[in-house]
Design a binder for this molecule. Structure first.
Ligand code: G6P
Length: 611
């Protein structure tokens, strides 16, 4: 989604804003722009494409000044063009950057046009600028003008606003889209994400819904809540060191993040495992009481996080005996769900800001769930703050749009939930203790799988010219097949589908021929023999098979229609986690071969903060 950054300082802010935009670029990257107040006037550059294009403009014609706002765009209303890029101005009066969607913009636009305003873009944002200009023309100060303007807006938004009428201040608003204040020494900042500001501060104020903030001279920060009362919000120290937003020696963030998995899986486990079990207290002091009341679970998520939820259903039902439903947030929030007594509402989200997931949580609050648990990667995110309890996945910032380490650490968290709930519901059994022991060795086994990178890269050659691919799995590996297909389509633009292998004969088999590579994961579990029969069905139709199989699984690969890559032994329960890794690497290498933009695939955004 769009990214906002703003600064009020005693030095030139262009460099700070530009660096912030680069760090926000993972959110949106179809165009970017910046407005700085210079000698009492708004000066602006906007450019289509990546932040680098804006940087080129700025090199030719710098924007000096000590207060400014800037934006990376992910188009919702209007194509990625210079005219649609932010900041949007109303004449010389006011400049606005916006993340989110103004739902009543058409009605507002008609009113403003009737009042004499000429629109220069197709965006919903421009109505904010013109309305603000009207209010300012009535002699109202900038802060109050923003307040009066947002009172007329419907939808979700975060804003950054500045005007030459009050030089040296920037006003921000948070209503449904994330916004943080960065606290500097005698300077203050705004951003959609703390990552954008780590080069200038590690101290942040997370604004609450409905908050408005004025950043002023000398680093002053004045916040009022939705009722207009002045409030103090806590300043929190960001826990990651700077350097996290750099690729290091890796060619892409995605590859770096894939290789970070052993480390972050250890971090996700740290301090949460008992000797043979997982104490409910790992989920916080309120968790034991909440888990004791939990009879069933509703999991809600989007995208890759949804796939983690699908895996968890297999785990929670088998190892904890708890019935589970899993649904994508955008569907759940508009259903009329019947909530069974004792249902725990669990959201999964890397960012904690996904609009649909957040809306689903808010919707769920009135429906009689026993409580809500967020499994999330971003401390201080909206989802975490609005849930009864939260478990952090500790994956560290994930920059690649295609989620990798966030997914596997979510799976770790969900296995912890399984074992913890299982302990509350059933007498701890030997199997739980075995899984706990296996979790402790998991990072080392992941390292062994990542060492297969060279072989997987070689295998990726077979996909570069293909237009379609089919991923198969059974049981808890069906969602892994879905995730494998999602990764491939997201970053290589090859059409890919994930199927439960048993469904093959009910449709997709019709597609199988030598042009359709079929990828399957084959751990050594109860379903192996069934899976092998399904794979025979593919071979019999001339399909090209690629199988990631347990080292003990014999699959005849003497013919050249089958390629098998063996993975080390892992406890059956943890196999979905391990088998994710080769699929991530496969997608990555195929995308590199195809020359796509791996970290910022076309049309996608990392943090989807609009509906
Ligand atoms: C976007 C991202 C996906 C992500 C999904 C859910 O679509 O591109 O990678 O899985 O949002 O995001 P969340 O932050 O809620 O996990």
């Amino acid at each position: 989604m769009c990214g906002i950054i703003a600064a009020v300082a005693q030095r030139n802010v262009q460099g700070i804003l530009l660096e912030g935009l680069k760090r926000l670029e993972y959110r949106g990257y179809d165009s970017a722009g910046m407005t700085v107040l210079h000698e009492g006037a708004l000066t602006r550059h906007r450019a289509v494409g990546k932040v680098a294009a804006l940087a080129d403009c700025l090199e030719g014609a710098p924007l000096p000044g000590t207060a400014g706002i800037a934006h990376t765009r992910w188009a919702t209303h209007g194509k990625p063009t210079e005219a649609n890029a932010h900041p949007h101005h109303s004449g010389d009066t006011v400049a606005v950057v916006h993340n989110g969607i103004i739902e009543n913009f058409e009605a507002l636009k008609r009113e403003l046009e009737a009042g004499g305003h000429t629109f220069t873009s197709q965006t919903d944002t421009e109505v904010i600028a013109h309305r603000l200009a009207d209010v300012l023309a009535g002699g109202v100060g900038l802060f109050d003008a923003v307040k009066q303007t947002v009172d007329t807006l419907g939808g979700a938004y975060a804003l950054g606003v500045m005007s030459p009428q009050e030089p040296g201040i920037v006003v921000g608003v948070r209503q449904g889209s994330p916004l943080v204040v960065g606290v500097g020494i005698d300077e203050a900042f705004l951003a959609s994400d703390p990552l954008a500001l780590l080069q200038v501060t590690d101290r942040f104020i997370y604004l609450e819904e409905g908050d408005m903030v004025e950043l002023g001279a000398g680093g002053s920060v004045h916040i009022v809540d939705r009722d207009g009362r002045a409030v103090e919000r806590p300043v929190r120290i960001f826990e990651y060191a700077d350097g996290v937003a750099s690729k290091g020696d890796y060619r892409h963030f995605m590859l770096k993040e894939i290789f970070e998995q052993p480390k972050v899986i250890s971090a996700a486990l740290e301090g949460r495992l008992g000797e043979h079990s997982v104490p409910a207290e790992s989920f916080g002091p309120e968790a034991p009481a909440l888990f004791a009341q939990t009879r069933q679970i509703q999991i809600i998520a989007c995208g890759t996080s949804y796939h983690a939820g699908l895996v968890a259903r297999y785990w929670l039902e088998r190892y904890a005996g708890v019935p589970v439903q899993v649904e994508v947030a955008s569907e759940f929030r508009y259903r009329h769900p019947v909530v069974a007594e004792g249902t725990l509402f669990v959201t999964l989200s890397q960012s904690g800001e996904t609009a649909d997931t957040l809306a689903a949580l808010r919707f769920a609050k009135g429906l009689g769930y026993v409580g809500s648990l967020a499994i999330c990667n971003v401390p201080g995110s909206s989802l975490v703050r609005e849930s009864d309890i939260a478990l952090m996945t500790h994956a560290g910032p994930e920059i690649g749009v295609a989620s990798t380490k966030a997914f596997t650490t979510q799976l770790v968290a969900l296995m912890l939930l399984t074992l913890s709930l299982g302990k509350c519901k059933t007498t701890p059994n030997g199997e739980h203790a075995e899984i706990v022991a296996a979790l402790k060795t998991l990072p080392a086994i992941c390292r062994q799988v990542l060492a297969l990178d060279g072989e997987i890269e070689a295998l990726s050659q077979a996909f570069a010219e293909k237009h379609h691919a089919l991923f198969l799995g059974r049981g808890a590996h069906f969602p892994i097949a879905l995730e494998g297909a999602l990764k491939l389509k997201e970053i290589s633009y090859i059409h890919a589908e994930g199927y439960p292998a048993g469904e093959l004969k009910h449709g997709p088999l019709a597609l199988v021929d030598s042009e359709m590579p079929v990828i399957s994961v084959a751990p050594n579990d109860d379903l192996l023999e069934k899976l092998k029969s399904n794979l025979q069905e593919v071979r019999a139709r001339g399909g090209q098979l690629f199988v990631f199989a347990d080292e003990s699984v014999g699959i005849d690969d003497s013919e050249d229609d089958v390629t098998v890559l063996h993975l080390p032994r892992v406890h059956e329960a943890l196999a979905p986690l391990l088998y994710t890794l080769p699929l991530q690497l496969l997608s990555y290498h195929v995308a590199v071969l195809k020359g796509t933009d791996v970290d910022q695939p076309r049309n996608l955004a990392k943090s989807v903060t609009v509906e």
